[in-house]
Design a protein around this ligand. Sequence first.
Ligand code: NAD
Length: 377
Amino acid sequence: MAINRRTFNIKLASGLIGAFILPSSALSFNRDKVNQKKLGVALVGLGSYSKWQLAPALLDTEYCYLAGIVTGTTSKEKEWMDKYNIPRENVYNYENFDEVVNNDAIDIVYVVLPNSMHANFSIRAAKAGKHVICEKPMAVSVAECDAIIKACKDADVKLSVGYRMQSDPYTNEIKRLVKEKPFGKVHYVSSDAAYISRGNPNQWRLNRKLSGGGALVNMGVYSIQSNIYGTGTNPISVSAQEFSTRPEYFKDTDETITAQMEFPNGVVGSMFTSHNAKANRLFVSFRNGWAELNPAHSYGPLSGRTSDGKEIKFPHQSQQMVQMDDFAKHILTGSANFAPGEMGKRDMIIVEAIYKSIKESGKTIPLNLGNMGIVSA
Ligand code: NAD
C-alpha cells in the first residue's frame, strides 16, 4: 500500500505502525505538543504563487494557517482580509513590515517576492524574531544566502527554502530507491525542468536585476535539486553550455542551459533547463534498472514508474500544504527541516559555478560541497 508521509506520521504518532521510511527525527513526533497551537504565517508578496498555491494550501494545513499579509499593493488588502479572515492589525506593507516584531500572531514569515528581494525581507523577518520560509531561488548570490543564514542564526529562528519537492512523496520515493538500492547503485541521473515563456517581455523574471538570472535560477534549481536527490550526493564538479534562440525576447537573462555534473564514485549527472522548451522529467539509471518521474517537478499529481513495470503512485495532496506543515512541525517538535538554508545556499553555489563555466567556454568547475544541504531522511 502506498502511504504518504502525512498519513504515516499520524499513524506513527498514534502508535499504529512502526518505523519504515521516516527520518529518524520524526520518531520523536509529539502530537500533543503540536496540538497546542497552529503557527501563524504571513505571506510577503501576494503575486500568483501566493494567490493560487500558498494561500489556498494554508486553508488545509494542520499546523499553521494564514495569519497575515505583507503587500505593496493597497488595493489587495481588503480582498485578502475578507477572503482569509485576516484582521487589520496583521496587514503590513513593505515599509512598515518591521513592526511585525510586535505581533505575536505571526510566527512564520514566508517571502514570495521577486528573487532579488528575498534577502532583504528574509533578514528583516529574522531580525523581527520570526521564522522564515524563503522562496526559491533562495537569493541572487551565495553572499546573500550567507547573509540570510547568518541573520536567522543570530536571531535564533528557523529557516527553510520553498523547495516543495522535498516534501513530495514521489520525490521521497526516488530518495528511498537511491538509498535502499533495490535496483543497485545509481550510475546516471538526468533531469529536465523547462517551460516556454511567452508573456510580457518586461516581467521581472526576464529582468536580471530582479531575478538574478533566467531559466537557470527559475527552473534550473529543480534540475539541480533532482540531480542531487537522484544520486543522494552533491556534485564534485560541473560544466555547462548556454543556448540562445530568441535573443530579442531573452535580452537580459539566460534562455536555455545544459550542464553535466560529476558525482562521487563515478556517477554522472545531466541537466537541461529552459524558458523556451517544455520538459519536466527525472530519470535515474541504476545498475540493475531505472526509475522515472514525468512530470517530476510540477505541482502534481506527479507520475512515475520503475523498470520492473511498476507504477510509482501516491494519493495527491497539495505539495505546498505538506511543505508548510513540515516546516511548522520542524519548529514545533524539532523534526527534520527538509529544505534548510544550507540547501538553498548549496544550490546557489552550483548556479554560480554553472554561470562561471559558461563564461569560460564550458570549463569544468570543481565544487567542494561535502554534504552541504544533504538532509538524511
Ligand atoms: P509574481 O510576479 O506573480 O508575484 C510577485 C509579487 O511581488 C507581486 O505581488 C508583486 O506585486 C510583488 N513585487 C514587489 N516588488 C516587485 C517588483 N519590483 N517587481 C515585480 N513584482 C514586485 O511572482 P510569483 O510567481 O508569485 O513568484 C514569486 C516568488 O515565488 C519567486 O521567487 C518565485 O521563484 C517563487 N515561486 C516559487 C514557486 C514554487 O513552486 N516553489 C512557484 C512560483 C513562484
